[in-house]
Design a binder for this molecule. Structure first.
Ligand code: HEM
Length: 214
């Protein structure tokens, strides 16, 4: 990242085109998986199989789309894990949660590229994605399920549903925060940049780090 780009245009680069394409592939595959998964879970959601061409196609495609989501998420995880390691200032930030909720941001300690909530959700994504992959493979007929005993497959079904539930709740929070709560974040994942004011206000350590302290 060139610091000159940031200061000259007033925009601060946050995600490259490559990173954004990866993120939106994960987001689209996630929505298709959540919709078809809910349809398999309860008949009230069966109509959602239409998104994938009906019940039979949804059943065939769901696991393949799951692998695509896992692979692209793994690329994101490898890229972002270091920036999501929880630091001492994050623990301080967490202690002032009432200031976060009441928008008293001036009372908060300075943080780097991600806040404590984002970091926590990042690790929840890692664990649930891994559980979804392993349990999903165990449930995958006709290719892999035959290799596992029936009680194991039943445990896998519970693990699959429970981790999907946790991930869906987490992503609802992620979408709410990215679009409504922290205004000005969405353009980071659409245009690739944030405003200088946004960067300075929400992520001062990150802003100083990438602009060389200016
Ligand atoms: C479908 C709608 C979605 C929207 C509107 C959305 C929005 C956003 C936005 C605005 C950011 C930038 C936040 C920032 O830089 O501070 C972001 C980052 C990110 N998103 Fe999404 N997202 C969506 C779906 C997903 C899904 C389904 C996943 C994974 C399962 C995901 C994983 C991530 C990750 C890992 C980051 C990097 C930030 C971090 O490590 O916390 N997103 N998203």
């Amino acid at each position: 990242m060139s610091s000159h780009v940031a200061t000259r245009s007033g925009d601060v680069p946050r995600y490259s085109a490559n990173e954004r394409v990866t993120h939106w592939i994960v987001a689209i595959t996630f929505l298709l998986l959540a919709a078809s998964g809910l349809a398999f879970f309860h008949p009230a959601f069966w109509f959602l199989t239409n998104l994938l061409g009906g019940g039979v196609w949804a059943r065939i495609l769901h696991p393949f789309i799951g692998v695509v989501m896992f692979v692209f998420f793994a690329l994101m995880a490898m890229r972002y894990w270091k920036e999501n390691v929880i630091q001492s200032y994050d623990r301080e930030w967490k202690k002032r949660l009432s200031d976060v909720i009441n928008n008293r941001d001036h009372n908060l300690p300075e943080i780097d590229k991600y806040n404590f909530g984002q970091k926590q959700l990042f690790w929840v994504m890692i664990v649930t994605m891994a559980l979804l992959l392993v349990s999903g493979v165990m449930l995958w007929r006709p290719y892999f399920a035959d290799a596992f005993a029936i009680p194991l497959i039943r445990i896998a079904a519970v693990v699959h549903a429970a981790s999907a539930f946790i991930l869906i709740v987490g992503i609802v929070v992620h979408i709410y925060a990215g679009i409504f709560w922290v205004r000005g974040s969405l353009r980071a994942m659409t245009r690739g940049t944030v405003s200088t004011a946004w960067a300075r206000h929400h992520h001062p350590l990150w802003f100083r780090r990438i602009t060389g302290g200016r």
